[in-house]
Design a protein around this ligand. Structure first.
Ligand code: FAD
Length: 335
């Protein structure tokens, strides 16, 4: 493999039902950073059926080029045709870096594509930067939590290309869109053989999801095991209502069946960065903190003054949440 042949930062622009997902824009944002350091550009790879019109939106969020693979076979995500499409793009255009979101689709797609193009893949990255590895400059340094979040590993891929990573949704920042920005659009048809379209989708059953997503909330009132019961979350909901925010939680709460997993914050939940994050009855385990430490202002309420959550909090209240939360809500209502 001649590494010199591989140029440019590519990102997989995931779409579902012909709507781009936020991770597509986040990857372009991060890709621009990396591309700047490497003096190259960012190419979004858009795969689907009837998706060409989405290229403009990718351009507005910073893509310099968009490679479109458009085929009726690619209407719904299926492993085989998508892996074939993305692996073919990589073989044809030889990117130096290939980023994929660590979404359900990306986690399925990324490893299969990396195996097909015979390169490595670092899964679920939270930090990506260009740096030196073993004396060689301009390597992609890929950082991710390992061993259940107890250690942080930085991984490089010095001998093969592309350097591939899946990236946690919600961690990287998207750019402000520039209305009317245009990208060079390249249509590419890798061809499909019976081998790579052998699964037929008979029916798509969509999970009923809450209309709002905690990743979009500006204010989150997050509760942990210390809240004590599903009923007690009403207290947190009242506070969230007064502030115009949403309720989220730790994994202990999901495990107890008090809240659904789609409002879980943390390493195996969602990564959030609201303007204001209340951590109420949450101890501050590393796996929880990984999902909320980028919040602008963190307020912790905990009866244990040594709880690790106070290490990341901007403001801390030591005391019983059953007294503090209703008092806070009442005080805010009175304002
Ligand atoms: P606890 O650790 O039990 O803390 C409860 C807190 O409430 C305590 O600090 C206590 O002092 C306080 N408290 C109790 N009563 C009151 C009261 N009346 N007033 C005020 N304070 C009170 N966790 C996540 O949250 N998100 C994840 O995504 C996640 N992923 C994980 C992935 C792996 C691989 C592993 C191994 C673990 C993961 N965890 C995750 C679990 C994590 O390690 C912790 O177990 C979990 O975050 C603890 O939840 P908690 O803080 O709600 O509960």
């Amino acid at each position: 493999m001649n590494l010199e042949e591989y140029k440019g930062v590519f990102v997989f622009a995931q779409q579902v039902d012909n709507e781009l997902t936020p991770i597509a824009f986040e990857l372009i944002g991060k890709g621009k950073d990396l591309a700047k350091d490497l003096n190259t550009d960012v190419t979004a790879v858009l795969i689907g059926s009837d998706v060409k019109s989405l290229a403009d939106e990718l351009a507005e969020y910073g893509a310099d080029k968009v490679i479109v693979v458009d085929d009726p076979e690619l209407k719904d995500y299926r492993t085989e045709p998508y892996a074939h499409a993305l692996a073919s793009v990589i073989k044809e255009y030889k990117p130096e870096i290939m980023l994929v979101g660590a979404t359900a689709i990306g986690r399925d797609l990324g490893p299969r594509v990396s195996a097909r193009v015979k390169t490595g893949l670092t899964a679920d990255c939270t930090v990506l930067e260009i740096g030196e590895f073993k004396g060689v400059a301009n390597q992609l340094l890929m950082t991710r939590p390992a061993f259940g979040g107890n250690t942080i590993a930085t991984i490089a891929c010095p001998n093969t290309r592309p350097q591939m990573a899946t990236v946690r949704p919600g961690v990287m920042q998207k750019l402000e869109p520039v209305k009317g920005a245009k990208a060079e659009v390249i249509e590419y048809n890798p061809g499909f053989t019976p081998d790579n379209k052998y699964v037929e989708i008979l029916k798509v059953v969509k999970e009923a999801k809450s209309a709002e997503n905690i990743m979009d909330a500006k204010i989150l009132v997050s509760g942990g095991r210390g809240v004590g019961s599903a009923e007690n979350f009403k207290m947190l909901q009242d506070l969230a209502d007064v502030l115009g925010g949403m309720v989220s939680c730790s994994r202990a709460v999901v495990e107890n069946g008090w809240k659904p997993v789609d409002v879980q914050v943390g390493q195996t939940g969602k990564t959030v960065r609201p303007n204001l994050y209340f951590a109420i009855g949450i101890s501050g385990a590393i796996q929880h903190v990984a999902g909320m430490e980028e919040s602008d202002i963190i307020i912790a309420i905990n009866k244990d003054e040594d709880a690790p959550i106070f290490d990341v909090a901007d403001y801390g209240i030591v005391g019983d949440l059953n007294k503090i939360v209703p008092a806070l809500t009442e005080a805010l209502k009175a304002e």
